[in-house]
Design a protein. Sequence first.
Length: 237
Amino acid sequence: MMLNPMAKDNPTILVVEDEAAIREMLNFSLGRAGFDVHEAADARQAQDMINQQVPDLVLLDWMLPGTSGVDLAQKIRHNTRTRELPIILLTARGEEENKIKGLEAGADDYVTKPFSTQELIARIRAVLRRTVSPGSEEIIKVGDLSLDTVSHRVIVNETPVELGPTEFRLLHFFMSHAERVFSRSQLLDQVWGNNVYIEERTVDVHIRRLRRALEAYNCDKYIQTVRGAGYRFSEQV
Ligand code: CA
């Protein structure tokens, strides 16, 4: 049987950008990098397209006429059909405070304009890798830690680590989203669920417990406090 190489599914990227020149440039360069690119000029058109077919990733401009990129990101997150849909926000230079707002709205990453297409493509691939792997992997390994998502066990050098259920979920989330900064409210949404009302301090309490549990194995260093932003799980210490 002949296999058509074109039949292989390319990841679909929905580019939401009102500036036609940027949209065309993105369509061209992402297309050449092997992505199927769909274009929307505003949030409403993007929403219509997502309703018809959920893409693999949304590249979303912050400044859009009508509904802003952040509002659309929030809508995407609050719809059960699209809550896992990866979003990369495009922000303008100098909008530093927007980055945190964007991440809190549910974006997976952001890229500041003007950007190099090479960098953008690398970020897209990184986000796609992250979103594909967590659910499908049974054992997640970062540094000296292995986490078994099926038996709910955490092992360091063949020694099981005792963790409470919340600490386990927190560590699971961190290990499947390593190298990224999360604010306390994002961690609440992701680990506790966004229908629960819990104070942000609760996150600090559980982070402290998790660190204490990992301390004996010298793995508490992976959980890093990022001043003014939140926490990051990283092997690079
Ligand atoms: Ca724009």
